[in-house]
Design a protein around this ligand. Structure first.
Ligand SMILES: Cc1cc2nc3c(=O)[nH]c(=O)nc-3n(C[C@H](O)[C@H](O)[C@H](O)COP(=O)(O)OP(=O)(O)OC[C@H]3O[C@@H](n4cnc5c(N)ncnc54)[C@H](O)[C@@H]3O)c2cc1C
Length: 345
């Protein structure tokens, strides 16, 4: 295996029934860019029962090395066996960076791995960059560190966090924050199998039954999102947002304020403490555009904002600005849409 002074950029691969979670593929894309800057390669750590075709998929999304940790005890996620599996991969690979999806699994696993290997961890990063840092007191410059960037203090500042001394540098990133790149099926790589054995203590938790709740809202995969905020005014009025979304085949999003009012359920919340979306079109209705909301939607290809206040912060980053009462504007948009002859499109 090719060695580099910076070590590889590694991604923990989360899979369920041999289906790789989107966030892991998104992270492989970002890992590829980071690895390029560090002149190193990308590793994927795949704990599972059987790797099968998953390795090919991982190469096509940017992995150069796939560390397969196959064991029947790794069929479903359990904290201790998975921690052991990923720690073994880290020990063998000696990466400079390890990334995890900020999913329920990643949020459980990443801190356990970090504390086992005595490394730092930044949760919920919204950006990852490579940069240097000079410690003026010590008169020392650290080159090519991972800048782990995330909102802090309630989103009022954007903090850049670094681990100059303790490596690997570790971070979790939520689904949708990084852009998934197109797979290249001709890419090839190396599979590196790792054996792990588990003690009775590792396997103390037994899975007796599995209850899988179907996801009803698919904001991350939506091409169009129509989102409502406090400006919608009431739960009854929020029906207009639902109706508008249905007509234009969009998913319904919301600001936290609208969710807190009980007008719409939490799974619709977009933003720092909700979902991060990257649709082709985001229509924000009666949303002021707080930093916390912006964090979850400013990567949309086109943003249309409808707001009665011409000074609303959302107009600073919306591509199309409609100053007006949403109760007037939305019905006009619905009427206009209905008149479009879709057959000519
Ligand atoms: C730690 C932390 C995490 C947070 N996480 C999130 C998050 O994930 N997502 C999120 O959204 N927020 C989040 N927030 C809350 C955030 O700070 C804002 O309070 C929230 O986004 C405001 O929601 P809003 O824009 O709907 O409401 P407001 O800020 O009250 O804005 C309502 C807007 O509607 C306009 N309006 C009013 N009437 C009409 C009308 N008839 N027609 C058109 N426009 C109208 C007003 O001009 C105004 O701009 C978080 C806050 C904290 C502290």
């Amino acid at each position: 295996m090719e060695k580099n002074k910076y070590g590889h950029v590694a991604v923990f691969i989360q899979q369920h029934n041999s289906k790789i979670e989107a966030v892991s593929l998104e992270l492989l894309g970002r890992a590829t860019e980071l690895a390029k800057e560090l002149d190193t390669k990308v590793s994927a750590y795949l704990p599972c029962e059987k790797a099968g075709e998953m390795t090919k998929a991982l190469f096509s999304y940017g992995a150069d090395y796939v560390y397969t940790i196959e064991n029947k005890e790794l069929k479903d996620f359990r904290s201790l066996p998975y921690t052991k599996a990923v720690v073994e991969a880290v020990k063998k690979d000696a990466p400079c960076i390890v990334l995890f999806g900020a999913t329920r699994t990643g949020r459980d696993l990443a801190p356990r791995v970090a504390s086992t290997i005595r490394s730092g961890l930044t949760a919920d990063c919204t950006e990852l960059k490579i940069g240097s840092y000079t410690d003026n007191k010590a008169g020392k410059t650290y080159e090519k560190l991972l800048y782990q960037i995330r909102p802090a203090f309630g989103g009022n500042i954007i903090a850049t966090i670094i681990n100059p001394e303790w490596h690997p540098q570790m971070a979790t990133v939520r689904e949708g924050v990084m852009k998934m790149r197109e797979p290249n099926t001709s890419r090839k790589g190396e599979v590196i199998p790792i054996n792990v054995t588990f003690s009775d203590v590792d396997l103390a938790v037994k899975i007796i039954d599995k209850v899988i709740k179907e996801k009803k809202v698919n904001l991350t995969g939506a091409n169009i999102v129509v989102a409502g905020g406090m400006g919608v005014g009431s739960k009854d009025c929020f029906c207009k947002i639902n109706e508008f979304a249905k007509i234009i085949n969009a998913e319904v999003g919301a600001s936290r304020a609208a969710v807190d009012q009980g007008w719409v359920s939490k799974e619709h919340q977009v933003g720092q403490t909700g979902v991060t979306v990257r649709p082709k079109l985001y229509i924000a209705c009666g949303i002021s555009g707080s930093v916390q909301h912006k964090a979850g939607m400013d990567q949309a290809l086109k943003i249309i904002a409808i707001n009665s206040d011409p000074e609303a912060p959302i107009f600073k980053f919306a591509h199309v600005k409609i100053v007006g009462d949403l109760n007037t504007v939305i019905p006009m948009m619905i009427e206009a849409y209905k008149k479009i002859d879709v057959s000519k499109k």
